[in-house]
Each structure stands twice: as C-alpha cells, then as structure tokens.
Design a protein around this ligand. Structure first.
Ligand SMILES: C[S@@+](CC[C@H](N)C(=O)[O-])C[C@H]1O[C@@H](n2cnc3c(N)ncnc32)[C@H](O)[C@@H]1O
Length: 310
C-alpha cells in the first residue's frame, strides 16, 4: 500500500445545495486505500474532491472533475487561473454589501450579474470564457443569497432571493487561494459535461464518486433543478447502468442518493448486486425544503462496491 502524505488543506469555496460536507465522516470510511485515477462527475462544491486531495490520496494520479453547470465550472476555472483578481473583485462587492445589504444584493444580481451573464451566454457561453468579474459576482451571490441555491429562470436570469445573514463571510481569501492551488495541480482536468463521459475514462483501480441530484422523496420534496434540464428518472436509470458497468469492470465506485423507493429498487437489482454494489442507509439532514417540518433528519443511501472501514 502506498504511503499517503497529507497535502495542505483545501475546502469548498461555494455553498452548494446537496453539498457533502456533513456526510464526509461516513463517506471517508469508503475511501479506497489506493487510487489510480479519480473521477467526480457531479462536482458541485467538490466537498469529496477537496477532502481526498487534502488527505493526500490523489497525489500523482490523474483527476477528472466535471459538472453540467457551466457557471459552476466557469467559477472553478477562474478560481484556478485568476484567484487574486477574483479576490480583488469580491472585496469590492463585500464593501458594497457592508454599505447596502439586501438592496446591494439585488443591484448586483439584476444590474451586474444577469446582464453580464446574458452577454457571456450570447457571445460564447463556455466556462473557458467565463469572465472573472462574473465569477466574483457569482461567489458573492452564493455567499449572500438564499441557502447557496443556484437557480436560473427560463431566460437564464439568476433569480435567487437574498438570504438572511447578519454578517456573511464573503471574502475567504485563504480558502480561495488554497482551492486555487489544489485545482492547479498537474493532472487535474475540469470540464463542463454530463456524467456519462466517465464511462470512457474510468479504468480498473480508479475511484469514482457519483453525487447526482437526489431523486425526490415525494411530490413536493427536495430541490433538484441544478441545471436547465433537471435530472429525470431516465437519467437516474442511465446512471445506475453506468455505475453497475464500472463496478463490474473493477472500478471503485461510491454513489450517494436519496432513499426514494425508485433508487432503492434500482440499486437493489440483481445486476447491481452481481457487480458487487451494496446499499447502506445513513441518516442525513437536508437544508432545502420549502416546508420547514420536512427539514428534519432523513435517510439517504450510499451505494458502493468498496467495503467501508470502521
Ligand atoms: C448533489 S449536487 C453535487 C454536490 C457535491 N457533491 C458537493 O459536495 O457540493 C449535484 C450536481 O450535479 C450537477 N448535475 C446535474 N445534472 C448533471 C448531469 N446530467 N451531468 C453532470 N452533472 C450534473 C449539478 O449541477 C450539481 O452541481
């Protein structure tokens, strides 16, 4: 077994709905002893990537990070390449917020972010061309808006209301620099694309962590609209087939999802069991639910062909 030397600490720089920070203690019990390559195709705030990176397990191995949300990926690219410029822009926004509070939030959202985003989308729309000031504004909105939601209306306008924070921490320069250094490690690729591409890239011995938008537990249940087209039951089924195929060819797979009946059924199928995938229920908390009484503890599922280490 290769000795693992911890790297400098890096953590998520965004709040993200479904972020896995709270679940890390249990997810860590599944981390494999050796990783020849790492894939995280539902990146979000990257809680597991940053945790693995900090633990030193990813040293020297290729890493593929991706998500279908181009704003999110654009933000990662600018954090990686232009951290100082971004911190400067964010500092100016933090000063404005200290003066103007919620009014300033709506000015930034409606008079800065949305027009700049529309111009970017019309001209190019790729994460590679995501402007630094747009990334800074997104980070500002993320830290001060409601619950770290990212939501666009049909015209592509960000429409999340202001959050209710008395003194939000907007500029976390050290965290941004640490994330930037981690993301700039040679061998890490960051792309905007759907999860399916992992099928072509993952090799036996690689580790894949899948954290898709969770299947809803009920008709009015949790938010899952991270991207314009959402995540359907057919997407969940395609993901199950991918996870089964990867596990069957010796890829180390870990997946989290809700404990919706449809998901229990999918991963309880014989093909999943034959590929070595096992289901475990763990207690979890969900922050985003329109009904406060449904925000209590719920169970979620972990599915893996790795044995958890106590
Ligand atoms: C539950 S969140 C991931 C949270 C992440 N693990 C964290 O710690 O923040 C799911 C992510 O999947 C992304 N997503 C939605 N549909 C996708 C698709 N078809 N392919 C890839 N990513 C997708 C969303 O943009 C969102 O960031």
């Amino acid at each position: 077994m290769r000795a693992v030397t911890p790297a400098p600490e890096a953590k998520p720089f965004l709040k993200w709905v479904g972020g896995k920070r709270q679940l890390l203690p249990v997810l860590r019990t599944y981390y494999p002893a050796t990783v020849s390559g790492y894939h995280e195709p539902f990146l979000g705030s990257g809680a597991v990537f940053f945790d693995l990176w900090t633990s030193g397990r990813l040293a020297g191995c290729p890493v593929w990070l991706s998500d279908e949300n181009p704003d999110l990926v654009g933000c990662y690219l600018r954090i990686r390449d232009a951290a100082d410029a971004l911190i400067g822009e964010l500092g100016r926004l933090a000063e404005g917020h200290a003066q103007g509070g919620r009014t300033f939030y709506y000015e930034v959202r409606d008079q800065l972010f949305n027009p700049r985003r529309a111009a970017w989308a019309a001209a190019d729309g790729t994460p590679e061309a995501y402007p630094v000031d747009l990334a800074a504004a997104l980070l500002y909105l993320n830290k001060t808006g409601y619950n770290g939601l990212f939501r666009l209306n049909q015209k592509g306008g960000y429409n999340v209301p202001a959050g209710r924070y008395t003194r939000p921490r907007i500029v976390h320069a050290e965290r941004i620099r640490a994330a930037s250094a981690a993301l700039a490690t040679p061998g890490i690729s960051i792309a905007c694309r759907s999860f399916d591409r992992v099928a072509e890239e993952a090799r036996p011995g690689d580790f894949v962590y899948f954290d898709p938008p969770y299947a809803p537990l009920g008709p009015t249940s949790n938010f899952r609209q991270y991207t314009a087209r959402g995540f359907s039951d057919a997407d969940q089924a395609r993901l199950q087939a991918l996870a089964v195929g990867l596990a069957g060819r010796g890829v180390q797979v870990l997946l989290s999802n809700s404990s919706a009946d449809s998901i229990v059924r999918l991963y309880g199928e014989r093909t999943a069991h034959s590929a070595g995938l096992r289901i475990r229920r763990v207690p979890a908390r969900r922050a985003v639910n329109t009904r406060a009484d449904r925000r209590g503890p719920v169970e979620e599922l972990l599915v893996s062909n790795l044995p958890p280490v106590a």
